[in-house]
Design a protein. Sequence first.
Length: 318
Amino acid sequence: MSEQRSISFYELLSTEWPEEVFIEGGLLSRGDTMLIGCESKGGKTTLLNDLRKALITGGAFLGFKVPKPLKVLSLQAELREGRLKERSKPTYTDIPEDFLKNSHTWATKNRVLFCRDDEAIHNECERLRPDVIEIDPMINFHSFNENNAQDMATFFRSVDRLKDTFNVSILMAQHFRKNTDPKAKISLLDMIRGSTAIRGWASTTIAMEGRTPTEYRELAIETRNSDEAIKRIIKYNSKTKSFDWNDPVAIVGAWALEFLGNNGTNYTTTMFTQAIMERHGNLFSHNHQKVFEVKQILLRTNLIKETQQGKCKFVSRC
């Protein structure tokens, strides 16, 4: 354990504090914690596969660069080895062996709990020396009441001891709570189950919408330094069993957030679709019907909203 002592503000401000960035954009650095939320059977494992692939190869995740390959240890309680192989193989096809060896999976079969089996977990980390530890799902690795802040504090102290001892980053997967009122407008980030202490623990929180008829999904990212949630649109790719973030609709969605946020102009629906056509018409063969469908997807995934003012509808960011 590193030396425990207080420091003066002079030392704080005059010292260069190195930061080893794992995912750019403020998403993850060494020693950070990330919470990933989704409804049960809603694609959480697929999103984690995509994230792990980016980490072990030094690629990109949701458009955010991963500067170098990292070693990842996944504590996996839901899937046994055979099923995990079946789910992972399409995503990891053609990945070089050296990169595949950066990813290690421990199928715990619900037999390993934090606060009870810390020694076994620490021994495995001592053996592998990972950069990132993935815990999927959180509920299967503790015996506490997730709605009790004190219980969660006890659990996270155990996780943080592991993080600090091995100087790693933690990825924690958590399910959404059940929505008892489908008509209620609840943000994706607020759907994550359990005490507010859970989101308070995380440096970065990612929440993903569940299955949709079009397979386009909203994804919200909250970081410690962000004034508002970062939004992405992703689409499930049935061939690769992964999510495409650079799909044409996702590209237009990212542009629309910037366009509507930086422009003081009030845009009618017609003006907005014309702007899409001028900027990104080539993505849709300049087909007006396809551009209209894109606008509808952006509305459904809560990136933009329409408001009626007199006889006109105006478009703005949600």
